[in-house]
Write a protein that binds this ligand. Structure first.
Ligand code: UDP
Length: 235
């Protein structure tokens, strides 16, 4: 894999609640901020994408029109980014939030040039609001932004510490992959990220690093070779 000079970090909405399972676990978010700050101090550009599942999932609300349900989901991702961005700021990180649609003064409209300008200023850039379109997810959103912005890898911080050949909760002998070709993720429909996002990674050669958010310093370790998760390779 190329030297990591620019990465985009994905946090799921649920992860923000930690053990509490609802609301925000500030200590956990501060710990993420501490690690991200050290990465930025090394001169590496960090973008952040956050899901919205702690508030709302479009496809789980089939009592209303899907497009409208997905709009609520996209707004949920913005609320998460505003919160996490504020915690990052309180930890001394410069941040900005970009969305693919206008949100008044709350965020700025995404453009590649604007994102690059913020990265040049050493800011952590939050990409909120997903792709801006219904029927997509923040998985697709992060791959899209990573490709557009020539990121070197996507970092997926998960509740589980990598990709296994079977569910380790059910099968104690389940084996974790150190590396896994993206072709296999697509062919076997492994749910590492959603299918649309997997195909985009394959076609655009965007590697993924998957690791456990709960493991101490796992984000930092992903950047410093002490990585203990799974790398989805694209060569
Ligand atoms: N969403 C969307 N378009 C996007 C990104 C997200 O419509 O480009 C909506 C969708 O309703 C989704 C919700 O926002 O369920 C939260 O996003 P997340 O990726 O966390 O969804 P999940 O895959 O967990 O449902």
């Amino acid at each position: 894999m190329k030297e990591l000079k620019r990465v985009i970090l994905k946090l799921s909405g649920e992860a923000l609640s930690g053990e509490a399972k609802s609301g925000y676990d500030d200590a956990l978010i501060e710990d993420i901020a501490r690690q991200v700050k050290k990465i930025v101090e090394k001169g590496i550009d960090v973008g952040v994408v956050i899901g919205g599942g702690n508030y709302w999932r479009g496809r789980s609300n089939d009592n209303i029109d899907r497009t409208k349900a997905d709009q609520i989901g996209m707004l949920a991702t913005i609320m998460n980014c505003i919160y996490v961005s504020e915690i990052f700021r309180s930890c001394g990180i410069k941040t900005n939030i970009l969305t693919p649609f206008e949100c008044g003064s709350m965020t700025k409209l995404f453009s590649k040039d604007r994102a690059n300008k913020y990265f040049e200023k050493g800011m952590v850039v939050f990409f909120a609001g997903g792709t801006g379109h219904p029927y997509f997810s923040t998985d697709t959103g992060i791959v899209l932004r990573a490709i557009e912005l020539d990121a070197d890898a996507i970092l997926l911080a998960k509740a589980i510490d990598g990709v296994y050949d079977s569910d380790p909760k059910i099968n104690p002998a389940a084996k974790k992959y150190d590396t896994l070709p993206i072709q296999e993720v697509v062919d076997k429909k492994l749910g590492v990220i959603d299918m649309t996002a997997s195909v985009m990674c394959m076609e655009n050669k965007m590697p993924l690093m998957i690791f456990g958010l709960n493991e101490k310093d796992s984000i930092l370790n992903a950047m410093t070779g002490k990585f203990n998760g799974t790398v989805v390779t694209v060569d």
